[in-house]
Design a protein around this ligand. Structure first.
Ligand SMILES: Cc1cc2nc3c(=O)[nH]c(=O)nc-3n(C[C@H](O)[C@H](O)[C@H](O)COP(=O)(O)OP(=O)(O)OC[C@H]3O[C@@H](n4cnc5c(N)ncnc54)[C@H](O)[C@@H]3O)c2cc1C
Length: 438
């Protein structure tokens, strides 16, 4: 039986593996790290004596590929859906609070909008849907008014991990189209109450192992051997693994790793740089409620972007954080704790035990030029397919984007068509054939 070798067991690789295993293919996953999950993982932190995530991840109920993936591995219940959709915010500058409650006729209800905004102000977001490939978010959404500072800018920075002036309007528009513009039912926050690995990674690994897929952790693919228009072998930690005539490879690694392994298969504009996200985890003496009554809170006017509460651990996320990531951990913790203490109404509270996690390449650069030149799943090599949050799947580098890229890669291996329509999400459901040629 032919084998599909998947390089990288992040969400893209896992989602491809699930689809292919489901379709009856033999799958071997090669993962260089000792654990699976890639940029979406949990670990035990001895300083805090708690399991924490590498970074807070916010998913929404409109993330249909992510939910489909969980459904397939029997873990739909691992994410808690918060209903109705509500997004509390606090302005650290003046203490003003509001809660965005999308859905129905929300734009006509002052209490559900950003203070100082008018219904017409929200319609400018539609411009991102028709933005040209070279447009940045700031070109489509002019930087003026309360709504820009209190909604569009923070949203763009968190979704795209970059300043609105630098990131693709089209990719941002794709998220709005699949969530905010689909109404309340597509905007409900999804939470991993027991952590990212327990919700999004471990169930898939267990399902794959139960269904005969092989997972090799601590296995770094350090070379791809070409023979004509095919990959003939993988080098795994220096050892040659020959491929059979019908075998295929899915490269589900970050762009910069794919670029090293196979520079000629990628466009020159494929991102080699990543943008940082910094997370701080603070262990509090006891569990507390956040202002707004939700397990998370959006912040504007400070350094911290979002607060997340899980038990007695309060976590802070800062996106577009290249400048912060070069600061010493103690400096970062002090600056972020100042924002947290202000948000909690206890500005003089002492700094509690903390853990700072700097993910320097949390997402690839998502500038318009990179977004417009993303490679698709198929490559010039007949048995090599690409997956990952940086490939062409129509969404920014997110959990949803990574899972969807894995589905596209599985489809490419099974030789089913990926159409512009499906990439745009216009045909949400698809069925994979049981078997098919590469
Ligand atoms: C701090 C942080 C916060 C985030 N917040 C959000 C959020 O709120 N919402 C959201 O939707 N998304 C968020 N993201 C983005 C999301 O986590 C990523 O887009 C997604 O996890 C990428 O998955 P991937 O499979 O494409 O890549 P990866 O997760 O990077 O997986 C690639 C895998 O390949 C492995 N690998 C690399 N080289 C080799 C090799 N040579 N051989 C074998 N294996 C190799 C790596 O170890 C890794 O496991 C966040 C990311 C970070 C880091």
């Amino acid at each position: 039986m032919s084998t599909v070798h998947i390089v990288g067991a992040g969400l893209a690789g896992l989602s491809a593996a699930v689809r292919l295993t489901e379709a009856g293919r033999r799958v071997i996953l090669h993962e260089s790290a000792p654990q699976t999950g890639g940029r979406c993982r949990s670990f035990y932190d001895a300083t805090l004596d708690r399991v924490v995530d590498n970074g807070n991840h916010l998913a929404l109920s409109g993330n249909r590929s992510l939910l489909g993936y969980l459904e397939r591995v029997g873990a739909r219940g691992a994410l808690t859906e918060l209903r109705p959709a509500a997004f509390p915010f606090l302005d650290l500058g003046n203490g003003e609070r509001w809660c965005l409650r999308p859905g129905g006729l929300w734009l006509f209800d002052k209490a559900r909008r950003v203070p100082g905004s008018r219904p017409a102000d929200y319609l400018v977001a539609l411009r991102t849907l028709t933005a040209g490939p070279g447009a940045a978010v700031a070109d489509a959404l002019p930087a003026n008014g309360a709504l820009y500072e209190r909604l569009w800018r923070p949203l763009a920075v968190s979704v795209m991990n970059g300043a609105p002036e630098r990131v693709s309007a089209r990719l941002f528009g794709a998220v709005l189209r699949e969530t905010l513009l689909r109404g309340e039912a597509a905007c409900r926050p999804l939470f991993a109450a027991k952590g990212l690995s327990a919700a999004l990674v471990d169930p898939a690994v267990a399902w794959l192992e139960r269904h005969g897929a092989e997972l090799r952790t601590g296995a770094r693919v350090d070379g791809l051997e070409r023979a004509g228009d095919r990959i003939a072998a993988l080098s795994v930690d220096g050892e040659r693994v020959a491929l059979g005539g019908d075998d295929a490879v899915i490269l589900a690694v970050p762009a910069w790793v794919a670029g090293r392994l196979l520079p000629e298969a990628l466009p020159a504009s494929a991102p080699t740089a990543g943008r940082a996200i910094v997370n701080a985890h603070f262990r509090l003496p006891a569990s507390i409620d956040l202002p707004g009554g939700m397990p998370f809170l959006g912040l504007v006017g400070g350094t911290a972007d979002w607060l997340f509460r899980r038990g007695d651990v309060l976590s802070v996320t800062v996106s577009d954080a290249d400048a912060l990531a070069v600061q010493p951990a103690e400096t970062v913790a002090t600056a972020l704790w100042r924002d947290v203490a202000t948000a909690l109404g206890t500005p003089d509270a002492a700094l509690p035990p903390f853990r700072i996690i700097k993910e320097r390449r949390a997402t690839p650069d998502q500038s318009p030029v990179h977004a417009a030149n993303r490679p698709g799943a198929q490559t010039a090599l007949k048995n090599l397919v690409l997956a990952g949050d940086w490939t062409r799947m129509g969404l920014p580098a997110t959990l949803e984007g990574a899972v969807r890229s894995g589905e596209f890669a599985a489809r490419a291996v099974l030789n089913t068509r990926i159409t512009t329509f499906s990439r745009l999400g216009l045909f949400p459901a698809f069925t994979l054939p049981r078997r098919g040629p590469i």
